[in-house]
Design a protein around this ligand. Sequence first.
Ligand code: G3H
Length: 429
Amino acid sequence: MLAVRTEVVDLLMWEIGKSEADAAKEFDRTVDYLRDTIRSVKEMDRNAVRFGEDSGFVAQVRRVPLGVSLIMGPYNYPLNETFTTLFPALLMGNTVVFKPAKYGVLLVAPLLQAFCDSFPPGVVNILFGKGRETVSDIMASGKISVLSFIGTNQGANDLKRLHPHSHRLRAVLGLDAKNPGITLADADLDLAVNQTLAGALSFNGQRCTALKIQWVHRSLHDAFVARLIEGVEQLQWGAPWDSGVKITALPEHGKTDYLQALVDDALTRGAQVANPSGGQRSATFYSPTVLVGVTSAMRIYHEEQFGPIVPVVAFDDVSEPLNYLIESPFGQQVSIFGRDTKVIGPLVDACAHQVGRINLNAQAQRGPDAFPFTGRKDSAEGTLSVHDALRAFSIRSMVAFPATSANKEVVSAVLRERTSSFLSTDFYL
Ligand code: G3H
């Protein structure tokens, strides 16, 4: 994989428009994740060789693969988000059917030889084409044991419904999100604005973890918006390979029409484009656009824009953003900017029942990858992290026996003669 880093990074730039720095980061972060996963598998294996004893029984508990795993990643992180499930699935012993994202397909080509050299035929099956046309029959066959899918909740539900034995299917899903940033009255303004900029506009806002609506206390609203505009206007637009570029063209066909429709709808209902260069488009490029005066009557308040629009809502009482979170169909993350412990403490308590991660004075994000990445409601099913992914693609099985000397002798002989690969004390170093 490392031998083709430059080709993969180039293809990420060309096909999905990710800046060179971010494309390189995606590659390196994926390699780090795989290294950590290998370390974690070895640790799991070392612990599994121990025998436990309880109530007169001795047992050895190990994890085994579930079966065929269907891996479908998203176009915004076509390498990272697919490989961080593909590899745990393989390392736990599953065979995989891997369907690359709708964009971000070409980067698989330089990696094909490594797959070919590393795995026996039939272990890694790569399927190209449109999701609905290619994977529907596979799901309907009932032969998939794990569905790993990053995409929309409707897409996930449609796929799951095709499986004839839903109880045989485990799903690991990363879905829609509309993560709010909540800037409290006593927030450090520079920090809140800088984190909002990064959180809302990294890779043009095309991150499931992006901050997609900014709630700002009315007392800070004007100063926050003024600094946000300053920051947005300084972001460099251009081609992904130009140095320092932050805002690039969008890979999705028809995306700028969708973004324009969101902005037009908001403007018709009383919002304003606050930054001088906002609301412009050219072919597949959409300029970063700060919308102020956003209300619940507007589509942008509810819909996941997955693009460079930054809606700002002013609030007087913290119950307003909290109710937004409670009423939202999504529950991935929230970012809270502020210092007042009397406000932050209870807000954290309420948010903990709505989302999978509360970020304090930081943008929403997935990493570090040792942390659990999950969500509530329509945002996720299951949990991913280096540790959790290995468990998601496996199930525990065990050998248990009454602790008699006759049984102990049989088991000792199996171990000594190595007649079983499951009932074994061998482990990876
Ligand atoms: O799009 C979802 C990604 O997992 C987000 O990862 O927060 O590190 O950019 P990130």
